[in-house]
Design a protein around this ligand. Structure first.
Ligand SMILES: *[C@@H]1O[C@H](CO)[C@@H](O)[C@H](O)[C@H]1NC(C)=O
Length: 401
């Protein structure tokens, strides 16, 4: 009896071990390439890690199996890194426990548009990590009105698809923090973006000419738009963003060019705006264009001390150059604002300044409550057609719908 028990146990254990082994064989640990193994030194500002990153990428990209590039917990100084595809596999993970640091001397990067660029990739995940653009010297240069270089975008994906960015922190970029350009199927979640409130052109996340981009659970404090959406963008989902300081979430600027793709199907949901210049904005130059913005939803938004909580501005013409006398060709239609609450920092909380040539159509305000100094704020409209539904304070001043 006892012997039988022991035999069964042994047999069982052997089976268990075999099963485990089998499982491991079915899911092999992916190849991992640690940047430190490619000839760079952590925590050393004199050592440029660009080449080590590039070498690790070459290995990961030419592997036919899933591969991970690992950046350990330390600072790595990087002048610029471009990760080009196409690759031999569609499962490359870049796991960053540490920080990638741009040179603090902006002259070292000012010749390139990008600091870290992914181009032509498919199936790339960036996990964790800090990207520090060290932009303070360039901002100071720009803010003191000297002639300064434009600066570099910290992280850009261009011409790529199936991208996940999870838990990344982007700090103090010289220019835009993150750009998604000509991409499809991009998800970003749990990000932190942070730069000084007076830092010029440091947009948090810019999406242009891309579709199926989702941005979730992200905290953005910056000197320009928290999120900006450029021409050619469609099927965007933006949810649970805390924005401020910054210029808010903006569709535009549109009508920069005459031949321009439109923006459609954008949802901005459950976001909080604190002390921002705008809440949600649609902005176009007062210029001819074949572009459009349609099927846009703004839902469940909280405004705290926001200068323009709801704004459509189609007469954007900085320095009055190239636009005076023209009206925007961008047709804005089907824009729904639902459950927008909070405080405006100026008397006019809702502003629809639409094109005389293409009045805004199908605007809907539903359950909106915006106050200024404990009183109902004001709305101002020109060339706007739409509807008020439910309790709307202030009421939209539409002419027809
Ligand atoms: C709009 O975009 C969402 C993703 O944000 C997508 O799920 C939905 O199918 C799109 N709707 C249309 C009509 O394309």
């Amino acid at each position: 009896m006892a012997l039988h028990a022991i035999t069964s146990f042994l047999l069982f254990s052997t089976l268990t071990v075999l099963m485990l082994f089998n499982n491991l064989a079915a899911f092999p640990t992916p190849l991992t390439f640690n940047v430190v193994d490619f000839g760079t030194k952590p925590n050393n500002a004199e050592t440029d890690s660009s080449k080590a990153l590039q070498l690790a990428w070459m290995h990961a990209c030419s592997s036919s199996k899933p591969a991970t590039i690992y950046v350990p917990k330390a600072k790595f100084y990087v002048r610029s890194a471009t990760f080009n595809g196409p690759c031999k596999n569609n499962h490359i993970t870049i796991r960053i426990d540490g920080a990638l640091m741009a040179p603090s001397d902006f002259h070292l990067t000012s010749n390139s548009e990008n600091w870290i660029l992914f181009h032509n990739v498919n199936g790339v995940t960036v996990l964790g990590g800090i990207l520090d653009g060290q932009g303070t010297q360039l901002w100071a240069c720009k803010n003191s009105a000297n002639t300064c270089p434009r600066g570099t975008t910290s992280l850009e994906f261009t011409n790529s698809q199936n991208i996940l960015v999870n838990g990344l922190t982007a700090l103090n970029s010289q220019l835009y923090h993150i750009v998604v350009n000509q991409c499809r199927n991009v998800k970003m979640q749990g990000l932190k973006v942070s730069a000084a409130g007076n830092s010029p052109n440091t947009d948090g996340i810019h999406v242009g000419d891309s579709s199926h981009v989702t941005i979730l659970n992200t905290n953005i404090r910056t000197g320009d738009d928290c999120i900006s959406i450029g021409p050619g963008s469609s099927n965007l989902w933006i949810e649970n963003i805390a924005c401020g300081p910054g210029h808010g979430i903006s569709i535009g600027s549109l009508a920069k060019d005459f031949k321009e793709k439109g923006v459609q199907n954008v949802t901005v949901k459950s976001c909080k705006f604190m002390d921002t210049q705008n809440g949600v904005r649609i902005k176009s130059w007062g210029r001819q264009s074949i572009g459009f913005a349609r099927n846009i939803r703004f839902q469940h938004l909280t405004m705290t001390n926001v200068q323009n909580p709801i704004i459509i501005d189609q007469n954007y013409c900085p320095h009055n150059q190239g636009c005076p006398g023209q009206s925007s060709g961008v047709a804005v239609s089907d824009v729904k604002y639902t459950d927008i609450r909070g405080t405006s920092a100026t008397p006019v909380a809702i502003k629809f300044d639409c094109s005389p040539k293409f009045p805004c159509k199908g605007i809907k305000l539903e359950d909106v409550k915006l106050s200024y100094k404990n009183q109902v704020a004001k709305a101002s409209c020109s060339n706007a057609q739409g509807l008020n539904v439910g309790v709307v304070q202030p009421m939209g001043c539409f002419k027809g719908n």
